[in-house]
Design a protein around this ligand. Structure first.
Ligand code: PRP
Ligand code: MN
Ligand code: MG
Length: 181
């Protein structure tokens, strides 16, 4: 598996150090408000699991699974709910946890949805931000790392469902995705 990675972009240690910082910041900001931390499946799973352990306050968690549909190159911005939340958002301070913002379509859909469901506040925490991919103007409230326009995998991010279990973020070798075309 590791020999399919061209280079390590962000090491396991760098990821974990950043998560400690993010956890500290969020703990300070949300210490009075019992936030609802919502992970976006599947990609956010490893980040969500590590981040909440670094948040030293009372919080509640929930999970949502979404998928974009339509041709991937000309995304309609339509997002389908695959698994919905169990929790009412009314009056809650919501923290959305994502592994990456690329086009921004997934998150802009979720922010709108959660506001329509009467959340008191909605903030976005993403481990990775790829600003060059943006199709919609959206900025995360907290981002761990800015990544270049490369095929990044690991720590939740997949290529056809593989590599989510890498403990680091790496760049996939071009021959891996080129031979699938
Ligand atoms: C990936 C990633 C983000 C989203 C970012 O999820 O985990 O959720 O795409 O892209 P966007 O900003 O262009 O919307 P994906 O839809 O691949 O599902 P997954 O998390 O199950 O891999
Ligand atoms: Mn995702
Ligand atoms: Mg994916």
């Amino acid at each position: 598996m590791h020999d399919e990675i061209l280079e390590t972009l962000i090491s396991e240690e760098a990821i974990q150090n950043k998560i400690k910082e993010l956890g500290k910041e969020l703990s300070e900001e949300y210490k009075e408000s019992f936030p609802l931390v919502i992970g976006v499946l599947k990609g956010a799973l490893p980040f969500m699991a590590d981040l909440i352990k670094r948040m030293d306050i009372h919080l509640e968690i929930d999970l949502m699974a979404v998928s974009s549909y339509g041709a991937s190159t000309v995304s309609s911005g339509q997002v389908k709910i695959v698994k919905d939340l169990d929790t009412s958002l009314e009056g809650r301070d919501v923290i959305i946890v994502e592994d990456i913002i690329d086009s921004g379509l997934t998150l802009s859909y979720l922010v709108q949805l959660f506001k329509a469901r009467k959340a008191k506040s909605v903030k976005i925490v993403t481990l990775l931000d790829k600003p060059t991919g943006r199709k919609i103007d959206i900025t995360p409230d907290l981002a761990g790392f800015i990544v270049p326009d490369a095929f990044v995998v690991g720590y939740g991010l997949d290529y056809i469902e593989k590599y989510r279990n890498l403990p680091y973020i790496g760049v996939l070798k071009p021959e891996i995705y080129e031979k699938k075309e």
